[in-house]
Design a protein around this ligand. Structure first.
Ligand code: PLP
Length: 446
C-alpha cells in the first residue's frame, strides 16, 4: 500500500502520494530537458532492485541504461569507493596519482593487444569527443565517417555523429563540419538481401560509394562505429562487418574507432563486443558500466597513436577522478573474479531461448537479437510497420508487475534487455515470467 502525503514537502500543493509530492518538486526544480523512461521516484537500490519512495521494489533489466552491471551497491565496489573516500578524492592534472595509473593498467588489461594506453574522462560523450579529436590530431585530416542510426552522445561533436533520431539534432545546427553518414547493416529492416545472402552494406559497398562520390578516403581521419548499435535498436551487424571496416581503414590510413560505451565492460559476454569478431580497432571508447554508476569514461588506444596527441591538446579537470577510478578497478576485478562474462552469456541464452518461443506466438517479437546479456526484441505490427505502441504497452505492463525494462530503436519499437550480470537464476526467471506475460497477453496489433 502506498504511503500518502497531503502536500508536497516544500510547496503546500495537495498531492496524493509521497511519490507524487516528489514529482511536483521535481517538475519545479529540475529541467524539463530530461526525458525520463518512467515516472518512478527512486530512493534506494539493492542488488538487482530499485526501490521507490513508497517502498515498491522493481527488478531492473535496464541497469540505468547499461551501467549498473553489478547491480546496486555491490559490496566490493562499495568498499573500494569507501576506502578511496577516506583517502584523496581529486588531484586533476596537477599531479600524477596512483589510482588513475592503476585504473589505466586495469582498463588496458581488458582490451585486446596492442591497445595499451588510456585517457580518462567522465562520460560517454566526452570519450567520443576525445577519440574524434585524437583521430584528427593523429592524421591531420578533417573527415569523420559515422553510421546512420548511431548514438554517440549529446555534446556538439558527439551529437554531430549521432543520427539515431533527428529529435536529438533539431535546432542545434550548425553541427561539426566534416561528418559523413553511411548506412549501418541493419539487415532485419533495411538491407533487402535474403537471409543466407551476404550483406553488401556489411561488405563495405556503401563506404566505397561514399569514398567515390562524396569524400576521398585520404581526407577521412576516422570511421566511428558501434559494434552493436545501442540506442539505434540493439542491432547486431552480420559477421565480417567489423573486419571489413578494419581492412578499409588499413588501406586508407583511417583511424578505426569502436564506440563500446554501451557494449563494453562485459554485458555481451566478452569485455568488448568487438572481441566476438576478433577485430581490434585503433581506438576504443568505454564508459557506462566501467564505474558501476560513478562517472568515468576511457579512451583506449595504442601508445604509438596516443603519442601523436601532444600534451595539453586535450584534457579534463575531473577525468580520472580517484573515486571513479577506484570504482572502475573494483568493477573489473569483480567481473573477473566472479566469472561474470560467462554469466552474461548464460543470462543472455536464457532470455533469447525464451524470446524465440514468444516469436512463435501471436504478438511475439518479430526479431530477437543480441549478444550475451544485451538483447533486443523488435516489434512490428500486422502491416509490417514498427510498433512503438506495443513496446510502450509491454513496458507499462512490466512496470505494473515490478519489472523495469527500457525501449530503444530508431522507431522506439525495440525492447532492450540489459540486466545486471549478478542476477540470480530465480531473478532471471522472475523477470522473464513478467515479460512473457506482458508480451503474450498484451499482443494486440501483431
Ligand atoms: C554507444 C554510446 N556512445 C556514447 C554514449 C553517450 O554516453 P553519455 O550519455 O555517458 O554521454 C552512449 C549513451 O547512451 C552510447 O550508447
Amino acid at each position: 500500500m502506498a504511503n500518502t502525503a497531503s502536500s508536497s514537502p516544500d510547496s503546500g500543493v495537495a498531492t496524493d502520494t509521497v511519490a507524487e509530492s516528489w514529482r511536483v518538486r521535481d517538475r519545479r526544480a529540475v529541467s524539463g530537458a530530461y526525458s525520463r523512461y518512467t515516472d518512478l521516484v527512486i530512493q534506494d537500490g539493492e542488488g538487482s532492485f530499485l526501490i521507490d519512495v513508497e517502498g515498491r521494489r522493481y527488478l531492473d533489466f535496464g541497469c540505468g541504461i547499461a551501467v549498473t552491471a553489478l547491480g546496486y551497491r555491490h559490496p566490493d565496489v562499495t568498499r573500494a569507493i569507501h576506502q578511496q573516500v577516506d583517502g584523496y578524492w581529486h588531484t586533476s592534472v596537477v599531479t600524477q596519482h596512483v589510482r588513475l595509473t592503476e585504473a589505466a593498467e586495469k582498463v588496458a588489461s581488458i582490451c585486446p593487444d596492442p591497445l595499451d594506453q588510456v585517457f580518462f574522462a567522465n562520460s560517454g560523450a566526452e570519450v567520443v569527443e576525445g577519440a574524434l579529436k585524437l583521430a584528427r590530431q593523429a592524421t591531420h585530416r578533417p573527415g569523420i565517417v559515422a553510421f546512420t542510426g548511431g548514438f554517440h552522445g549529446r555534446t556538439f561533436g558527439a551529437l554531430s555523429v549521432t543520427t539515431s533520431k533527428v529529435h536529438y539534432r533539431e535546432h542545434y545546427s550548425p553541427l561539426l563540419p566534416g561528418v559523413y553518414t553511411t548506412p549501418y547493416p541493419y539487415c532485419f529492416r533495411n538491407c533487402g538481401h535474403g537471409p543466407d545472402e551476404p550483406c553488401p552494406v556489411a561488405m563495405g559497398a556503401e563506404l566505397e560509394k561514399l569514398f567515390k562520390h562524396v569524400v576521398p578516403a585520404d581526407e577521412v581521419a576516422a570511421i566511428l562505429v558501434e559494434p552493436i548499435q545501442g540506442e539505434g535498436g540493439y542491432i547486431v551487424p552480420p559477421p565480417g562487418f567489423l573486419a571489413t571496416l578494419r581492412q578499409i581503414c588499413d588501406r586508407h590510413g583511417i583511424v578505426l574507432i569502436f564506440d563500446e560505451v554501451q557494449t563494453g565492460v562485459g554485458h555481451t559476454g566478452r569485455w568488448l563486443a568487438s572481441d566476438h569478431e576478433g577485430v581490434v580497432p585503433d581506438v576504443v571508447t568505454l564508459a557506462k558500466a566501467l564505474g558501476s554508476g560513478l562517472p568515468i569514461g576511457a579512451i583506449v588506444a595504442r601508445h604509438d597513436l596516443m603519442n601523436k596527441w601532444p600534451a595539453g591538446t586535450h584534457g579534463s579537470t575531473f577525468g580520472g577522478n580517484a573515486i571513479a577510478c577506484a570504482a572502475a578497478i573494483a568493477t573489473i576485478e569483480v567481473i573477473q573474479r566472479d566469472g561474470l562474462l560467462q554469466r552474461a552469456t548464460e543470462i543472455g541464452d536464457k532470455i533469447v531461448s525464451r524470446a524465440h518461443a514468444w516469436q512463435q506466438q501471436v504478438g511475439g517479437p518479430a526479431d530477437v537479437r543480441g549478444r550475451g546479456a544485451m538483447v533486443g526484441l523488435e516489434f512490428m505490427d500486422s502491416a509490417g510497420l514498427p510498433d512503438a505502441e506495443r513496446v510502450d504497452a509491454i513496458r507499462a505492463a512490466c512496470l505494473q508487475s515490478g519489472l523495469l525494462v527500457l525501449g530503444c530503436g530508431i522507431d522506439d519499437n525495440v525492447i532492450r534487455l540489459i540486466p545486471p550480470l549478478t542476477l540470480s537464476d530465480s531473478e532471471v526467471e522472475q523477470g522473464l515470467q513478467i515479460l512473457e506475460q506482458a508480451v503474450l497477453q498484451g499482443g494486440t496489433s501483431a
